[in-house]
Design a protein around this ligand. Structure first.
Ligand code: UD1
Ligand code: CA
Length: 474
């Protein structure tokens, strides 16, 4: 069966009290409309048709070209909104699925069962319904009216329902599927309601009166049907979504010390046996390897974390970490920070657009920007890679096994050869050859390094041992 889908998203969303169109409000890190679009793409091979109106340009700019757009100039109701898709879809499908853009928690199973029921019975209309217990909040949903034989005869909107109809517990979920040719012929026959709207739901009475078949499929989980009308609903949806994501993680072998304070966006991957401590945010395109310890208080966005890493109380943005890397507390990794395996980055450090080779250590309050650093380098406390001259950024290259003493300023552009040693407090303005010892302001060459030994003693009163501050170590 060939199914086309229409997503209604033209409404103003007045109760959000927002400049932003309702369907663009973020939920789990994505505009809420994306959930419905993704669902539509899962159940239909055709790109969905998105009916837009309020904030149309903003919606188009944000959603892009994964959907086809039609414009509803005036908000004249769900029937009128669906009609706008007719020119785009007529003759292109056997069935038309209508979804609402403000129901982001809907999951594929319910919709799939609706489509299965449609394909099996080939009715004129198939509806998703929800039966709520006596006395439960009907959430303003339309009521499904049935005749003595139990056949659906109408949907009555809450605003026009009689007291008797209001007692009906079987509700219209709002998701429906139609025989395409019948839909496109009948949408123009809808009558305007007392509220001045053309209700899509009036098609049920129309079909019933023509003796056409209307079937229903019930939804099990009412949280699927949470409609977002205001920011209270938005927060509720956020909590439900978070719970779903966290449940998936735990099923997949991840320990969450406190799911209620673990914020993981949809699409983030975490491997088994990783432990996540409270107040951790894993955002965007992030993946975390196995056996990591993340948090407490970690904010990690668009980053790739290797296995067995430890990240405590730190912020990572667009960073890549190899295996066995430890970060924090109070570290900041910015875009393009790449920490190879075994790197230790301690407290109050910042790394931007830089590579740190395997086993390199920067224990205490350093800034590394635009640098490429080899393996097993020691970056002493308070070292600054001075990458900016006031106009442009410059690069620094540090070879493997370099020792950088505490409080060193490395003024880029700069190259430090492998095995070199830089004394504490140096301001390095010129390239440092391999295996040499430099220090001072500005730093000058004072000798050579052979292994760990210094070959020539400089003519200064201060000894080499004092200069090469051990403080700069781990
Ligand atoms: C609708 C159903 C109701 C059902 C409920 C479930 C109708 C008439 N009523 O009511 O039976 O129980 O959903 O949530 O269909 N929209 C447009 N253009 C318009 C009007 C609406 O695009 O002119 C869009 C809205 O942006 C929204 C969706 O259609 O995404 C639903 O409209 P809404 O006004 O929220 O319908 P409900 O009153 O919730
Ligand atoms: Ca609604």
């Amino acid at each position: 069966m060939n199914v086309a889908s229409v997503i209604l998203a033209a409404g103003a969303g007045t109760r959000m009290r927002s400049k932003l169109p309702k369907v663009l409000h973020p939920l789990g890190g994505q505009p809420m409309i994306m959930y419905t679009i993704n669902l539509a793409m899962q159940v239909s091979s055709q790109p969905p048709v998105l009916v837009i109106g309020h904030g149309a340009k903003l919606v188009r700019d944000r959603v892009g070209d994964c959907v086809r757009y039609v414009l509803q100039e005036q908000r004249l109701g769900t029937g009128h909104a669906t009609l706008q898709a007719r020119d785009e879809l007529r003759g292109r499908s056997d069935a038309v699925l209508v979804l609402f853009g403000d129901m982001p928690l809907l999951t594929p199973p319910g919709v799939t069962r609706l489509l299965e029921a449609f394909a099996q019975n080939l009715p004129t209309i198939a509806l998703l319904t929800l039966t709520v217990p006596e006395g439960a909040d009907a959430m303003g949903f339309g009521r499904l009216v049935r005749d003595a034989e139990g056949r659906p005869t109408a949907i009555v909107e809450e605003v026009v329902a009689t007291p008797e109809q209001l007692r009906i517990r079987e509700l219209n979920a709002g998701i429906s599927c139609y025989r395409a040719d019948w839909l496109w012929d009948h949408l123009t026959q809808l009558h305007v309601s007392a509220k001045g709207e053309y209700y899509l739901t009036d098609l049920v009475a129309m079909a019933a009166s023509e003796g056409e078949q209307v079937v229903t499929v019930s939804v099990e989980d009412p949280t699927d049907l949470l409609g977002i009308n205001d920011r209270i609903h938005l927060a509720q949806a956020e909590a439900i979504l978070r719970q779903r994501v966290n449940t998936e993680l735990m099923r997949g072998g991840v320990t969450l010390i406190d799911p209620a304070s673990t914020y993981v966006e949809v699409g983030v991957r975490v491997a088994p046996d990783t432990v996540i401590y409270p107040n951790t945010h894993l955002l965007g395109d992030t993946s975390v390897g196995d056996d990591c310890i993340i948090g407490p208080n970690a904010v990690i966005r668009d980053s790739t974390i290797g296995p067995r890493c430890q990240i405590v109380a730190s912020m990572l943005d667009s960073a890549v970490l190899g295996a066995d890397v430890s970060v924090g507390p109070f570290a900041r990794l910015r875009n393009g920070a790449r920490l190879d395996s075994g790197v230790h980055m301690g407290n109050f450090g910042e790394v931007k657009n830089s590579y740190l080779g395997p086993g390199t250590k920067m224990g205490h309050f350093s800034y590394v920007g635009d640098a490429t650093i080899g393996a097993k380098v020691n970056i002493g406390a308070g070292t600054v890679f001075c990458n900016y001259d006031g106009e442009r950024k410059h690069a620094t290259l540090v070879g493997e096994q370099v020792f950088i003493g505490s409080g060193t300023m490395l003024v880029a552009p700069l190259r430090v050869g492998p095995g070199a040693k830089i004394g504490a407090g140096s301001v390095v303005t010129h390239d440092v050859p391999a295996d040499t010892v430099v220090y001072g302001v500005p730093a000058q060459q004072r000798g050579k390094v052979h292994g760990d030994e210094v070959a020539e003693q400089p003519e200064e009163a201060v000894s080499e041992e004092q200069r090469l501050s051990e403080e700069g170590g781990a």
